[in-house]
Design a protein around this ligand. Structure first.
Ligand SMILES: O=c1ccn([C@@H]2O[C@H](COP(=O)(O)O)[C@@H](O)[C@H]2O)c(=O)[nH]1
Length: 296
C-alpha cells in the first residue's frame, strides 16, 4: 500500500499532482556514459553498480517532480550480479522516499507455486518492495493468479504483457486464432476477467496491461475494451513511439496509462550535464503527451 491508497489510486493521484504521464525508465547501461563505464573500474561489478546508483540518483533528483512513476528494468541490475541487485533495492528505496511509485519490469511468470514466490519477492514488503511488477501471461491463469492475489492483498499492482513494443511482437502476439481473434486480444480478455475478479467494485483493478506505444491501433482498441485496467506503455522515444500514437491509451479524463521511456530520457548526454539533459527530456516528453491529449 502507498499510504492508504492502492498503487493505481496513487498513480492517478500522482498524474494529477505532477501533470505528468511520464514513467521514467531506469535501465542502467554502464557503457553508455563515461561516468559509469566499466573500463573506469576495471570491470568490477560492485564499483560499476555503485556508479550506476550515483548516476540514477542524480537523474532522480533532476526529474522526480516531472514524472508520474518510474520503471526499473531488472535485467540491467541482474547482469551486475549481487551488487546489481543491491543497487536495484537502493534505487527502489530512493524512489519510494521521494514518493515516486515504482514498477519493476522483470516479466516474471511460472507455475503457480513458483509464481507465488516471485510475487512475494517483488510485491511483498521484505525483499525488493516494488509497487508493481510486469508479468508474463503465457503459463495461463494459474501462473497469473498468485501475482494478482499478492497485488490485491498488498495494495500493489501487476502489468500483464498483452501486446509488446518490439519489432517482431506480431509474430506470435498477432496470430489469428480460430474465429479471427488475435492472440493478444485473447490475452487481453483474460486480463479483463482477472481484473474484474479482483476489482471488488474499486475504480481500478490491481491488474494492468503492458501495451507497446509502437502499436497505436492496439492501444486504442484495448483502451475501449478494458475500462478498469491501467496500461503501461513502453516503446516511446528510442523505439519510435510518438505522442499522437500513445494518446489512445488514455481514458476521457487523461488517466489509465503511463508512458515509459528509458534511453531517450536518461542517456541524452555524454557529459557532466546528463541529469540536466534528462530533466529537459522529461519536461519535453510530459509536454508532448499532454499536448497530444488536448486538455484531457
Ligand atoms: O513491450 C515492452 C515491454 C517492456 N519493454 C521495456 O521497456 C524499456 C524500453 O527501453 P527504451 O530505452 O525506452 O527503448 C526496456 O526496459 C524494455 O525491456 C519494452 O521496451 N517493450
Amino acid at each position: 500500500m502507498l499510504g492508504d491508497m492502492t498503487f493505481f489510486e496513487r498513480l492517478a493521484a500522482r498524474i494529477q499532482e505532477t501533470d505528468s504521464r511520464v514513467c521514467l525508465g531506469i535501465d542502467p547501461r554502464p557503457e553508455a556514459h563515461p561516468l559509469t563505464h566499466p573500463d573506469r573500474f576495471a570491470g568490477d561489478p560492485a564499483q560499476v553498480a555503485k556508479a550506476a546508483v550515483y548516476y540514477f540518483q542524480a537523474i532522480l533528483e533532476a526529474t522526480a517532480p516531472l514524472v508520474a512513476c518510474a520503471k526499473l528494468q531488472a535485467a540491467f541490475f541482474e547482469v551486475l550480479g549481487i551488487p546489481g541487485l543491491i543497487a536495484m533495492a537502493q534505487l527502489i528505496a530512493d524512489l519510494k522516499a521521494r514518493g515516486v511509485p515504482v514498477i519493476v519490469d522483470a516479466k516474471r511468470g511460472d507455475i503457480g507455486s513458483t509464481a507465488e514466490a516471485y510475487a512475494r519477492a517483488y510485491l511483498g514488503d521484505g525483499v525488493f518492495g516494488a509497487d508493481a511488477l510486469t508479468v508474463n501471461p503465457y503459463l495461463g491463469g494459474d501462473g497469473l493468479a498468485p501475482f494478482a492475489e499478492q497485488a490485491a492483498r498488498a495494495g500493489r499492482g501487476v502489468f500483464v504483457l498483452v501486446r509488446t513494443s518490439n519489432p517482431r511482437a506480431a509474430e506470435l502476439q498477432d496470430l489469428e486464432l480460430r474465429g479471427g481473434q488475435r492472440l493478444y486480444e485473447r490475452v487481453a480478455e483474460s486480463v479483463a476477467a482477472l481484473a474484474e475478479g479482483c476489482r471488488g467494485g474499486a475504480r481500478y483493478a490491481p491488474v494492468g496491461a503492458v501495451v507497446g506505444g509502437t502499436a497505436p491501433e492496439a492501444l486504442a482498441a484495448l483502451r475501449a475494451r478494458l475500462p478498469h485496467v491501467w496500461f503501461l506503455v513502453p516503446g516511446y522515444g528510442a523505439q519510435g513511439g510518438r505522442p499522437e500514437g500513445v494518446a489512445g491509451a488514455f481514458d476521457a479524463e487523461g488517466l489509465g496509462a503511463v508512458v515509459s521511456s528509458s534511453r531517450a530520457l536518461t542517456y541524452c548526454s555524454d557529459g557532466a550535464d546528463f541529469a540536466e539533459r534528462a530533466r529537459e527530456a522529461a519536461a519535453e516528453m510530459r509536454r508532448a503527451i499532454n499536448r497530444a491529449l488536448g486538455g484531457r
